[in-house]
Design a binder for this molecule. Structure first.
Ligand SMILES: Cc1cc2nc3c(=O)[nH]c(=O)nc-3n(C[C@H](O)[C@H](O)[C@H](O)COP(=O)(O)OP(=O)(O)OC[C@H]3O[C@@H](n4cnc5c(N)ncnc54)[C@H](O)[C@@H]3O)c2cc1C
Length: 399
C-alpha cells in the first residue's frame, strides 16, 4: 500500500516538503491542507508587490495546476481542526477526516492583533493583507500619516512602504528600542538615531492596549501598520499529545514527541545542533530547508537539520542582518564590534564560549565570516585577545 503523507500548512515549509516527498516517493499519496485560498506565494515579495515593483501574479511560486501535475491533493481554504494521533487521522473544517501514515505540521503563524474592529488597520503576513494595505493606500486622504506599531522586521517593512509612498511616519515602540530582546544598548541606539535622521518620529514606551491608542485608531487620516509579532493557534492540537512550548517541540530530525508527527518552518521549535538548544527561526531560508530535510525524514532517511540561517533586510538604507541564534536572554555573552561613529556595528552572541549568533548593522561584509564561524562551532576568543581578527580588520578598513 502506498504511503499517505498529510501536510498541514501550504507555506514554503509545507510546500517544499511536499515537492521533495513527491521526488522521493513517486507512488505515495500526498495531501496539503491549506488555510490559504491561493497557491504558494512568497511573503518576502509582498512589499515589492505593494510598491508596484512586481505585478501581483509574480508573487506566486507555483501555479494552481502544479499541484495536480505533481499528483498532490491540495485542499485550499481548509483548516485542520482536530488531530488524533492514536488513530492517526486529522479532522478538517469541511467536515472530512483524513488518515495519515506520516503527518507534517507546518502551520507558521498569524500576526498578533490589536483592536481588530478598526478599518484603517493593516497587518502584513498574507497576500490578502497586502491587498488590504493597497486598498487603504488607494483610498487615503491627502494628509495621511503612517502610524507603525512595533519594533521588529514587519515594522521595518511598514517604514519602507510608507516612505515609498511619501507618507510621514511615526513609530510607536513598546519599549525604548527596536528588537529590544535582541539588541544591546549601542546597536539599539544606532537604529533609533538612524531612523530619526531619516525623518521617522519615534514614540517610546507605548502600551498598545491603552485606550488612547484605541481613540487614535479612529483617526481616519492615518493608516496603522501593526507589526507586533506572530502567534500560532495550537487549539486543534490540544488532545493530540504533541508537545508544545513557544512552538511545536522537535528534535534535530524535526520529529515531534509523537511518532510519525513532524514539524517544520516558523512554527517549529527544533533542537539546533549547531547552537545546542531548542529555538524557533522565523525566516524563509530556514523554513525552506527544514521542508527539504523533514521530507527526507518522513520518507525514512535520518537527516539532521543543520543550518546557520539568516534574515536580511534594509530599512531606509540601513542594512540589517540577523544570523543564527540572536536571543540576548539565552546568550551568556554579548560583544560589540564597530560603533555608531564608525557607521556600522556587529553584535555577537556567545554561549558557553561558542559564537552562536550575530546582528550586523551596516556591516554586510561580516556576514560570510560569521556564518562560517558559527557553522564550525567557533569559540569566542579570550577577551584580552583580538576578537575574530578578520572582523576587526574589516572595521579598521571602514574607518
Ligand atoms: C511581509 C513579510 C516579509 C518577509 N520578508 C522576509 C525576508 O526578507 N527574509 C526572510 O528570511 N524572511 C522573511 N519573512 C518571513 C518568512 O516569510 C517566513 O519565515 C516564512 O514564510 C515561513 O514559512 P512557513 O511555511 O513556516 O509558514 P507560513 O508561511 O506561515 O505558512 C503556514 C501556512 O499554514 C496555514 N495554516 C495555519 N494553521 C493551519 C491549520 N490549522 N490548517 C491548515 N492550514 C493552516 C497558514 O494559513 C499558512 O498559510 C517575511 C514575512 C513577511 C510576512
Amino acid at each position: 500500500m502506498s504511503m499517505r503523507y498529510v501536510i498541514i500548512g501550504g507555506g514554503i515549509a509545507g510546500t517544499t516538503a511536499a515537492e521533495e516527498l513527491r521526488k522521493l516517493d513517486p507512488s505515495s499519496e500526498i495531501t496539503i491542507v491549506s488555510e490559504e485560498q491561493h497557491p504558494i506565494y512568497s511573503r518576502v515579495l509582498l512589499p515589492h508587490y505593494i510598491k508596484g515593483k512586481i505585478p501581483r501574479e509574480r508573487v506566486f511560486l507555483k501555479k494552481e495546476n502544479w499541484y495536480s501535475e505533481q499528483n498532490i491533493d491540495w485542499m485550499p481554504g481548509v483548516l485542520a481542526v482536530y488531530l488524533d494521533t492514536k488513530n492517526k487521522f486529522v479532522t478538517l473544517s469541511n467536515g472530512r477526516e483524513i488518515e495519515y501514515d506520516k503527518m507534517l505540521i507546518a502551520t507558521g503563524g498569524e500576526p498578533r492583533t490589536i483592536f481588530e474592529n478598526s478599518r484603517n488597520i493593516s497587518y502584513l503576513r498574507s497576500l490578502s493583507d497586502a491587498d488590504n494595505f493597497l486598498e487603504l493606500l488607494n483610498s487615503r486622504e491627502n494628509n495621511c500619516n503612517g502610524e507603525v506599531f512595533g519594533g521588529g522586521f514587519i515594522a521595518c517593512e511598514y517604514i519602507n512602504l510608507f516612505a515609498h509612498f511619501s507618507i510621514p511616519t511615526r513609530v510607536s515602540l513598546r519599549g525604548d528600542f527596536f528588537w529590544s530582546k535582541i539588541l544591546d544598548r549601542e546597536p539599539a541606539e544606532f537604529v533609533n538615531q538612524y531612523l530619526g535622521k531619516n525623518g521617522i518620529t519615534l514614540r517610546k514606551n507605548v502600551s498598545f492596549k491603552d485606550s488612547f491608542i484605541e481613540e487614535e485608531l479612529k483617526n481616519k487620516s492615518s493608516i496603522f501598520g501593526i507589526g507586533i509579532g506572530i502567534e500560532t493557534d495550537f487549539s486543534w492540537l490540544k488532545e493530540s499529545g504533541v508537545e508544545i512550548s513557544s512552538g511545536i517541540r522537535a528534535n534535530e530530525f524535526l520529529e515531534t514527541n509523537i511518532p510519525d508527527v513532524y514539524t517544520a518552518g516558523d512554527v517549529a521549535e527544533f533542537y539546533d545542533v549547531i547552537v545546542g538548544r531548542h529555538l524557533k527561526m522565523g525566516n524563509w531560508m530556514s523554513a525552506m530547508s527544514q521542508g527539504r530535510v523533514v521530507a527526507q525524514n518522513m520518507f525514512g532517511n535520518k537527516i539532521v537539520f543543520e543550518l546557520v540561517s539568516s534574515y536580511a533586510t534594509n530599512i531606509l538604507g540601513l542594512e540589517v542582518i540577523f544570523i543564527g541564534d540572536v536571543s540576548k536572554e539565552s546568550a551568556d555573552e554579548v560583544r560589540i564590534i564597530g560603533s555608531i561613529e564608525e557607521g556600522g556595528i556587529t553584535q555577537l552572541f556567545g554561549r558557553k564560549g561558542q559564537l552562536v549568533g550575530a546582528v550586523l548593522l551596516n556591516r554586510n561584509s561580516d556576514r560570510q565570516i560569521i556564518t562560517d564561524f558559527i557553522k564550525n562551532k567557533g569559540l569566542l576568543p579570550d577577551k584580552n585577545r583580538e576578537l575574530l581578527p578578520e572582523l576587526v580588520e574589516g572595521s579598521k578598513k571602514r574607518e
